[in-house]
Design a protein around this ligand. Structure first.
Ligand SMILES: CC(C)(COP(=O)(O)OP(=O)(O)OC[C@H]1O[C@@H](n2cnc3c(N)ncnc32)[C@H](O)[C@@H]1OP(=O)(O)O)[C@@H](O)C(=O)NCCC(=O)NCCS
Length: 175
């Protein structure tokens, strides 16, 4: 394990299958017991692959994967782009960041986060936000990276309606 190294690179279409598997598997491990089983069990790799394929092709959207070397397996991803709603003033949004459980706590999340931030800056988006389930045990990650709670909204997932919180960064130049 100690000999493993990680590379962050721009994702390509061939990564979509791995991205979908990381997302679905990580939702299940992170939210089992916190969200209805029926919702988690209904998540599908093929649906997520299609959904992320459409998102990847959207102008201004950036995708990065974390690859473990030497196996070259995708163990995490992050994506971001222009804000998808205008409720918040920040121009940029972190859409998602997911890393397989076995690879948490090794700095991969911070590197993926920074890759998305760099893309926002390249597109002259000064600020950024991310929506997080209020019950996500990993909210501390965003707090550690300087995010402040900026908004709340309900989201319906299967039979459950649960609160989501937006963390925001106003000035990405200071990151
Ligand atoms: C949240 C997640 C992306 C963090 O990635 P990671 O690679 O484990 O985090 P890093 O090792 O880069 O940690 C960066 C910093 O955040 C801190 N941190 C990471 N996870 C944390 C947590 N759950 N609570 C508090 N702090 C945390 C680390 O201690 C580290 O601090 P440091 O810079 O002082 O050393 C990862 O745990 C994950 O994918 N979780 C499951 C999916 C998920 O919840 N995604 C977010 C959906 S909105």
């Amino acid at each position: 394990m100690n000999a493993e190294r990680f590379k962050i690179r721009t994702a390509i279409e061939e990564d979509l299958g791995a991205i979908a598997r990381v997302l679905v598997d990580t939702w299940r491990t992170t939210f089992r017991g916190r969200l209805p089983n029926e919702f988690l069990d209904s998540m599908s790799y093929s649906h997520q692959e299609d959904r992320h394929g459409r998102m990847m092709r959207r102008p201004g959207t950036s995708y990065f994967v974390a690859v473990v070397e030497p196996q070259l397996e995708v163990v995490g991803f992050a994506n971001g782009g222009p804000s998808r709603q205008k409720v918040l003033p920040q121009a940029g949004e972190l859409y998602a960041i997911y890393i397989r459980d076995a690879y948490h706590g090794r700095g991969i999340g911070k590197r993926l986060f920074r890759a998305v931030v760099a893309e926002h800056r390249r597109h002259e988006r000064e600020g950024m936000f991310v929506w997080v389930l209020a019950d996500n045990p990993n909210r501390g990650f965003y707090e550690r990276l300087g995010g402040r709670q900026a908004a709340q909204r309900p989201i319906t997932l299967g039979s459950a309606t649960v609160p989501e919180i937006a963390y925001a960064w106003d000035d990405l130049r200071s990151m």
